[in-house]
Design a protein around this ligand. Structure first.
Ligand SMILES: NC(=O)c1ccc[n+]([C@@H]2O[C@H](COP(=O)([O-])OP(=O)(O)OC[C@H]3O[C@@H](n4cnc5c(N)ncnc54)[C@H](OP(=O)(O)O)[C@@H]3O)[C@@H](O)[C@H]2O)c1
Length: 327
């Protein structure tokens, strides 16, 4: 059975619960992947300027709109990269994204990370320590105010954030009185972020779970290979990836698995009904075992007093030194 569940956002928009991720899809792969996905029922595609492949997504969209789907049947998300947090750059980067995707509007636009890089370059590593990224002193609330102006332009239907902690979200609300429509976060059994998810859901902030298969850029064991996941998948006659996608969707989050392989794109979209017992068994994987895969950069030195909010929540001990200013 296809995973056709729809969730309703605080704006009233209908979001197809399962979407296709497009990060790390190499040139020549993502165009095909997006076309296959849409031909097999996906209606939600997750993009970002920093994935540097949106023009290919756009080519695929041209192939399927309107012959396979109408534009309004699709839900397209994209994200503002860290080097364009300056308020005057926010709409300009959105225009670039729209041009790459060949669209007049997108459905959801997110601040990709709660950290600003200097304008002009996608990445600016610190000259003395290449693994430390130079950051810029632009308060998140100023970027958020610029984001809030975008729906009135007709170029986006809604705005939200990604990788934001409770403190970041509260800071945005304190400054503007407006919650983001969604917070896209890394979420899988090894990084379930229970407290953040519950806190957001209580405030009507939709959670999208990224890296739901535990995409492992650090080379550790993949979640699809965990014995607990495989055992439940075998018993249900499902794939481990289907079990993980269903785990992610169990409490109402949307889930955006990435694949560029036709059989996986299709099978990841097949719904598996998890019992409460199976859900709890998968959740238990993370009890004594916590892993976050997306810790892309050290954003500043540990003792820099300018930054007063942790970039990640306390669950992640390794990231406790990353501090970012909200207002
Ligand atoms: N907001 C953010 O900061 C952020 C960060 C990371 C990700 N994201 C978004 O979330 C999406 C998904 O996350 P992700 O790409 O990090 O990881 P993911 O979806 O958890 O995992 C993708 C990996 O799993 C493989 N895979 C896919 N289906 C599979 C299956 N059925 N069995 C076994 N392996 C399978 C893929 O390889 P193949 O392609 O070869 O199948 C790829 O290596 C991204 O593409 C992106 O759109 C957002």
């Amino acid at each position: 059975m296809s995973f056709n569940n729809i969730v309703t956002l605080s704006t009233g928009q209908k979001l197809p619960q399962i979407g296709l991720g497009t990060w790390l899809s190499r040139p020549g792969e993502v165009e095909n992947a997006v076309e296959i996905a849409i031909r097999h029922g996906y209606r939600h595609i997750d993009c970002a300027l920093i994935y540097q492949n949106q023009h290919e997504v756009g080519t695929a969209l041209k192939r399927v709109i309107p012959s396979v789907v109408k534009r309004e049947e699709l839900f397209i998300t994209s994200k503002l990269w860290n080097h364009n947090h300056a308020p005057e750059n926010v709409e300009k980067e959105l225009d670039e994204t729209l041009s790459q995707l060949g669209l007049d509007y997108i459905d959801l636009y997110l601040i990709h990370w709660p950290v600003a890089f200097p304008a002009g370059k996608l990445f600016t590593p610190h000259p003395e320590k290449a693994e430390i990224q130079v950051i810029d002193d632009i308060p998140l609330a100023e970027t958020w105010k610029a984001m809030l102006k975008l729906p009135a332009t007709g170029k986006v239907k809604a705005v939200g954030v990604s990788n934001f902690s409770i403190k970041h979200l509260q800071g945005l609300h304190d400054a503007t009185g407006v919650w983001p429509v969604a917070n896209q976060i890394e979420r899988h059994p090894l990084n379930p972020q229970w407290e953040l998810v519950k806190w957001c859901q209580e405030r009507g902030i939709h959670i999208t779970a990224y890296s739901p298969l535990g995409n492992n850029i650090t080379g550790k064991q993949k979640l699809v290979d965990y014995a607990e996941v495989k055992a439940i998948a075998d018993r249900l006659g499902a794939t481990p990836a289907q079990v993980l996608v269903s785990w992610g969707a169990y409490d109402g989050c949307s889930v955006i698995p990435k694949s560029v392989q036709k059989d996986r794109i299709i099978s990841n979209f097949q719904q598996v009904k998890l019992s409460q017992e199976d859900y709890e068994a998968i959740s238990a994987i993370g009890k004594n075992n916590h892993l976050r895969f997306n810790v892309p950069f050290r954003y500043c030195t540990e003792s820099d007093p300018k930054w007063d909010v942790n970039i990640f929540d306390e669950e992640d001990e390794k990231a406790a030194t990353h501090q970012i200013r909200v207002v």
